[in-house]
Design a binder for this molecule. Sequence first.
Ligand SMILES: Nc1ncnc2c1ncn2[C@@H]1O[C@H](COP(=O)(O)OP(=O)(O)O)[C@@H](O)[C@H]1O
Ligand SMILES: CC(=O)N[C@@H](CCC(=O)OP(=O)(O)O)C(=O)O
Length: 311
Amino acid sequence: MNAKTHSDKLPTTPPIINTDEAQQQASILASALPYLRRYAGDTIVVKYGGHAMGHGELANAFGYDIALLKLVGINPIVVHGGGPQISAMLDRLHLKSTFVDGLRVTDQAMIDVIEMVLAGTVNKQVAELINRAGALAVGISGKDGGLLQARRIQRTKRDPETGEDKPLDIGFVGEPEKIDPRVLYALLGSGLIPVVAPVGAGKDGETYNINADTAAGAIAGAVNASRLLMLTDVPGVLDKDGNLIEELTAEDVARLIADGTISGGMIPKVETCLQAVRAGAKAAVILDGRVPHTCLLELFTRAGPGTLIKA
Ligand SMILES: Nc1ncnc2c1ncn2[C@@H]1O[C@H](COP(=O)(O)OP(=O)(O)O)[C@@H](O)[C@H]1O
Ligand SMILES: CC(=O)N[C@@H](CCC(=O)OP(=O)(O)O)C(=O)O
């Protein structure tokens, strides 16, 4: 039934190409076969960040990649961010954002706006990108089906005078406490692609803003994903000379953080990847979301363009 809907949406007249091009296309498809076999039936979690969404062609290519994964028998789950989109809306409402360790300090007025942006506008846009590519995506938030039960993140700040660590209130910022993946399995089992906004519910029904990397890592662990793909704005983890590091273990990560090679936003990203593999994901890859079809390059070619992180 879905197959008909899908093919109805695709162009009815394929482009005319010459024999050489056709031969080339056929051999590209044939060379993907071992990879298709390797991932058939597997679950792949993809973290799609807010920065990548702004670019039309890149966003369309992302939608195509996710639709293609589903159509070749892989189960993709998309977890999206939306940091820049939240900031733009808060600016329009004259609400000022501040960040602590890369996390947006979130008060009561902001959490309502953040939920509207993430679970509303952005979530529906990402689902639509995939729908337009001929697959069927369903946008949900971490509150749906009890997917992401969250607790308030505790942060501390060192008092410069006493040297004491004091609790720092960053508001409605949560971390996943419990994951219930049943809603994901229900959607995947019906041939649908879940698109998850990183908003969670607390035990008492309060709403929490969750960093999208953290949410993606927790979900990848809970569903034992064969890959967590973290799309970002660099080719992967780079060494001190700016060269791509192809593979990292937990020991490598600890060493590279200690010597300052991995810093800033890359620290929580690699730590999230490690948590995901410890919790049950087979491997995580940090890869360049600025490259068109980066997911296909990673999964279906020998280029394997990012940094692979294993336990
Ligand atoms: N060793 C490293 N390799 C690659 N990027 C690094 C490294 N150390 C720090 N970074 C920084 O981490 C950034 C990625 O993290 P972040 O900006 O939080 O990504 P995103 O917005 O995609 O979640 C890179 O743009 C880069 O500035
Ligand atoms: C707590 C916290 O900081 N939440 C993030 C959620 C969105 C996000 O993570 O989006 P990107 O992946 O596009 O950065 C925020 O408010 O920006």
